[in-house]
Design a protein around this ligand. Structure first.
Ligand SMILES: Cc1cc2nc3c(=O)[nH]c(=O)nc-3n(C[C@H](O)[C@H](O)[C@H](O)COP(=O)(O)OP(=O)(O)OC[C@H]3O[C@@H](n4cnc5c(N)ncnc54)[C@H](O)[C@@H]3O)c2cc1C
Length: 388
């Protein structure tokens, strides 16, 4: 691993910084878990694509710049430094996109990647079912082959932003006699297909960012199968690797949180006096964010050199989710009783969006596969311990 940036990488950083400075909306967008916020975030995706920044590491013909993962990391650093909006199409660009590159036919790549980059097709993820969350191999939604279609019946749940998304990628059971992770297939389904019903799940805060998706004899053309029939588990595990290990949560996100945390400590010296351990917790958050960045650069260098990311993506997932939660807990402790106020409250002061961030950080150990499951994977596949 070369710890110095090349001339080209430095120039790339300057170009990204200048574009973001000129284009990032001055006002934060409404939450993407609301209808208006979702639409505003989709517009932002379109703008990013027009500037050629939708997904810089993709080939040019699919809407990218053909740069390597190091430049992607540089772009992410500039993105978070600029305070740019969250990526509403994260399931598409960060998870399905790389999976299509690995398993998609040329036709599938040409068909699905450009509209994904342009924010025309926003994607949801349809893996969890009511009795198949952690135990994903227990999924029961079926897809039977009928001529040049599959016919899908069943239910998915906890599909983030499926209420407003255009497409969903799913795994279904295509072999009725199969068990566990055999006999599953990975398919791409438009959410407006006949027989698909999307029902919003209201969250405690009243937002409807989650949905259940019901399939009633939905006909999916066979050219929307990704990878081989019956080979869906392998494809899904590749997607999960991107989700846990590299793409979904770049270090820049946590470095930005660490910077904000240091500023919060500086602005609240009386809190640090009240509880001297708070300073240590802030420093630990900062160091962990830097350590995660270095580790990610190492992983990216290895992948560029032809390597791949395997079970270690589970370690990454545990690390980023616990680090994020710890930093937000520290911020809440620094803010004291004010922490629970909405930014619009009269006595809010500098609470900013910490409460919002804290609530989302609580979900970090759950989504992308719970941390208990990631620890099981690490124990069995990295340490070679017996299955419990
Ligand atoms: C913010 C958020 C966004 C999400 N978005 C999506 C999405 O877009 N698409 C999608 O398909 N899903 C999504 N999910 C669902 C998520 O993937 C599941 O919640 C997760 O996999 C856990 O499944 P479960 O909720 O059924 O819990 P369960 O599997 O019922 O687990 C309950 C508890 O038991 C523990 N547990 C279960 N089995 C074991 C075991 N063998 N060993 C040790 N502990 C165990 C779990 O770790 C957990 O603590 C999202 C979840 C959240 C919170």
């Amino acid at each position: 691993m070369d710890l110095d940036y090349t001339q080209q990488q430095r120039a790339f950083r300057v170009e990204a910084r200048e574009w973001l400075e000129a284009n990032v909306p001055a006002q934060a967008l409404q939450s993407m878990d609301t209808e208006q916020g979702f639409a505003a975030h989709r517009e932002w995706e379109t703008k990013l694509n027009e500037g050629g920044w939708a997904m810089v590491s993709w080939p040019v013909e699919y809407g990218g710049r053909g740069v390597d993962l190091i430049e992607w990391l540089i772009f992410e650093e500039e993105y978070y430094r600029a305070g740019a909006p969250g990526r509403v199409n994260q399931n598409g660009i960060f998870l399905l996109g790389p999976t299509l590159m690995e398993f998609g036919s040329d036709e599938q790549k040409a068909r699905f990647l450009p509209p994904m980059a342009a924010g025309i097709d926003v994607w949801a993820q349809g893996w969890s079912e009511p009795n198949a969350g952690s135990d994903m191999a227990a999924i029961r939604t079926t897809a039977f082959r009928d001529g040049d279609h599959y016919v899908v019946n069943g239910q998915k749940t906890w599909c983030s932003r499926a209420v407003w998304a255009d497409w969903i990628f799913c795994i279904f059971r295509t072999d009725p006699d199969s068990e566990r992770h055999r006999g599953l297939s990975f398919m791409l389904v438009p959410l407006d297909a006949e027989g698909v019903q999307v029902r919003a799940i209201e969250q405690l805060d009243g937002e409807t960012g989650f949905a259940e998706v019901f399939f009633d004899n939905v006909r999916v053309p066979v050219d929307q199968l990704l990878g081989e029939e019956g080979g869906g588990w392998k494809v899904a595990m590749s997607t999960a690797g991107f989700e846990r290990g590299l793409m979904l949560r770049s270090p820049a996100r946590y470095q930005a949180t660490a910077r904000k945390l240091v500023a919060l400590l500086r602005d609240n010296p009386e809190a640090a006096q009240r509880d001297p351990t708070l300073g240590d917790r802030v420093i630990r958050g900062w160091m962990q964010a830097e350590a995660y960045a270095l580790q990610t650069y190492r992983t990216a260098s290895r992948i560029i050199g032809g390597g791949s990311i395997g079970a270690e993506s589970s370690l990454n997932k545990i690390f980023w989710s616990e680090m994020d939660l710890a930093m937000h807990e520290t911020a809440m402790a620094l803010l004291g009783p004010r922490a629970e106020l909405l930014p619009t409250a009269r006595a809010a002061g500098d609470v900013g969006d910490w409460l919002d961030g804290f609530q989302f950080a609580l979900a970090g150990p759950i989504y992308a596969g719970t941390n208990e499951i990631q620890r099981n994977i690490a124990a069995e596949r990295l340490l070679g311990l017996p299955r419990g």
